[in-house]
Design a protein. Structure first.
Length: 341
């Protein structure tokens, strides 16, 4: 008597819903791939006869920025060139490996490395001095008709394409490096949308400040005067980097890094001092012994081993045939001797 009647509850997901439910792709469920965007980046026109559609892939982690040139196949994506902001340490930049300026340097490094790899670095040198203005390789008149500029499309993944995002810094570095990436200036730092008019205004000087870290240098100087303790805590690594490169400002530092990247964009080869020691317990080198114990590693059979295996099988088969033939011969002789008796 004390219980109240339950209100009407509409059954939203009934049996029919679950019977017709189709699971999404695994990487969509994990929140790793935007398949709607990927489909448009990957699909190629049929009249281009399986020509690879290249993508300028930019990804950012907590510690570095990664740029790759990749194309899709049925088996999976294949990467033809890669550059990471970790490599900028080799060029003198040891601090701030995830900011907008570092993203620009990484994009520039990836572009110059790819063009050198393809033998096109002298044909298309891009914008030698970063101005922050919109630039495309096709805007220049000196285009080689035999080998046109390398064209690729920006792949941002799940990153929100807000104005001034570091993804566009990497893309700008790739464009200035000599790649042809279709884009506009609407997402660069310095672009402001006018509320009354449809068209906005782009201030290239603001964009240049972000490429060379001038706005950061201004804040550093201000903090050094007002709060020296806070400056030491926040920018001590930057100060060491500036002193090590023997420059006075971040603009000079980034100019030095850009010049070093253009001079030698190739990846540095890492030589191992000590080769890994592996103790194999069998002749085929499949069972390996380590300090933790032993483990099995499958290995493909070589051509010589295949031939030896086939020869051994043939030998065994011939031996069995000879035994059968000998048995048959003796049985026949016994039968014939019994007949004459």
């Amino acid at each position: 008597p004390g219980l109240k009647r339950m209100p009407f509850v509409k059954l939203v997901k009934n049996k029919a819903y679950f019977k017709r439910f189709q699971a999404k792709y695994r990487r969509r469920r994990e929140g790793k791939t935007d398949f709607q965007a990927r489909r448009r980046l990957v699909i190629q026109d049929k009249n281009k006869y399986a020509t690879p559609k290249y993508r300028f892939v930019v990804r950012r982690t907590n510690s570095r920025i990664i740029c790759q040139i990749a194309y899709a196949t049925i088996v999976g994506d294949k990467v033809i060139c890669q550059a990471s902001s970790d490599e900028l340490k080799r060029f003198g930049l040891t601090a701030g490996l995830t900011n907008y300026s570092a993203a620009y340097c990484t994009g520039l490094l990836c572009a110059r490395r790819l063009l050198k790899q393809l033998g096109m670095d002298t044909m298309y040198q891009g914008e030698k001095e970063a101005t922050g203005k919109w630039y495309d390789v096709y805007s220049r008149k000196d285009i080689n008709e035999d080998r046109k500029p390398f064209k690729c499309f920006l792949d941002v993944g799940l990153i929100k394409t807000t104005t001034g995002n570091r993804v566009f810094g990497a893309m700008k570095g790739g464009c200035d490096g000599g790649l042809s990436i279709p884009h506009s200036q609407k997402r660069f730092p310095g672009y402001e949308q006018d509320e009354k008019k449809k068209k906005g205004k782009f201030n290239a000087d603001v964009h240049r400040q972000h490429i060379f870290g001038i706005h950061v240098m201004e804040y550093m100087d201000k903090l050094k005067e007002e709060e020296p303790d806070k400056y030491t805590k926040q920018f001590s690594v930057w100060e060491k980097c500036i002193k090590a490169n023997k420059v006075e400002s971040l603009e000079d530092l980034y100019k030095k890094v850009h010049a070093a990247i253009r001079k030698n964009p190739e990846k540095a080869k890492v030589e191992r001092k000590h080769k890994p020691v592996r103790n194999f317990l069998d002749t085929r080198k499949t069972t390996i012994k380590t300090f933790k114990g032993k483990y099995f590693r499958a290995r493909k059979i070589t051509t010589e081993e295949k031939k030896a295996k086939a020869a051994e099988k043939l030998k065994n088969a011939m031996e069995q045939l000879s035994q059968i033939f000998t048995h048959f011969k003796t049985t026949t002789q016994i039968c014939l001797s019994l007949q004459f008796l």
